[in-house]
Design a binder for this molecule. Sequence first.
Ligand code: PLP
Length: 441
Amino acid sequence: MEQPNTKPPASRNDALFERAKKLIPGGVNSPVRAFKAVGGTPRFVQRAQGAYFWDADGKRYIDYIGSWGPMILGHGHPAVLEAVQKALLEGFSYGAPTEREVELAEEIVRLMPSIEMVRLVSSGTEAGMSAIRLARGATGRSKILKFEGCYHGHADALLVKAGSGLATFGNPTSAGVPPEVVQHTLVLEYNNVTQLEEAFALHGAEVACLIIEPIAGNMNFVRASVPFMKRCRELCTQYGALLVFDEVMTGFRVALGGAQSVYAKSIPGFKPDMTVLGKVIGGGMPLAAFGGTRAVMEQLAPMGSVYQAGTLSGNPVATACGLATLREVQKPGFYEALGERTRSLVSGLTAAGAKSGVPFCGDSEGGMFGFFLLGQLPQNYATVMTTDSPAFNRFFHAMLDSGVYYAPALYEAGFVSAAHTAEDIASTVAAAHDFFSSPAS
Ligand code: PLP
């Protein structure tokens, strides 16, 4: 008879994962943390500082995830710590309005000219879901358009993949989402102008909103082309649909004015009608927001008839953390330096790939980047998913062994913080070079 395996786990990460799996589904509280795509044991974080975190075995990693985007200043920035500590002493939550909520709203409205009014919530999912409800309430229409490969949180109506054609609406991507719930969601190919025009010609008069990640970080890093974005804006205006920018990832990450400011450089006067924010605006605390024109936002309860609420919305500790973070990113030269450092990472990795003849390309904007084991930058989800995933997994694990922590899935973006130094970038590139030039690659 086979004996039970009594061998002690090799590491504390392994031991914690075994313990976690007994009580937490998959051992994690959010699926991608489980390393399911790449295999192996997730690293359990013990502490983090600056550009690094240390796992349960005391090993240090250069962190290119930064809590999936919020930690733009790096971990434990002194000004943010001070603001959070001060706020904590004044109370964690009141369920009543505070001055800091007003200050944060003022900051957001000042920095993003498309936003005239804003509502604070606690997660990107909540913000996206509420923005869709508001768009439907404000337009009196039911249908929404989204793009394959864009993630807008896990609200039922957004967990959808494309149906069999433009006349048919989407299919749920998760069990537990009834097909009727997604029957109003049409899923289109990213960067496909022809399909976009056809969809509006067929359904335009019934479309409440088009929601898009302008630089999609949930299919690694894919930019909406300028002509495609211009057409999104034109068609929404023509058909009376709202253009909703999901800037949960890109907001205050790719530029101070978000991705919308990047597109406004190429498309004069460009503005979305609504914007969804999260991640950086909370600086690592649970805080997100959605905002837009006054006319639309005034439809929200208690002013209007679209209901939305939250016990912890505008939490005083989270707003202190977000405000302190936004103060730091507004210092002169912040995004120039961050953008330069991020570009140096991508160009270093690309050169390392080229030296060894490995197909490799990458792109970045501000402190957000992506790289692909492909010969050229993909324009949509289907092409991203042609990546050789066993090769990506080998790369991921080699980097992890060298103390470099990238997202454990080939369809996730990466993030550089203001705390990453030129030496961090150089050692990351050197580790990639070692891998690419080894037989293991
Ligand atoms: N929208 C985008 C673009 C995201 O990247 C995410 C999360 O990664 C969300 C929405 C959902 O945000 P949250 O995880 O805070 O619910």
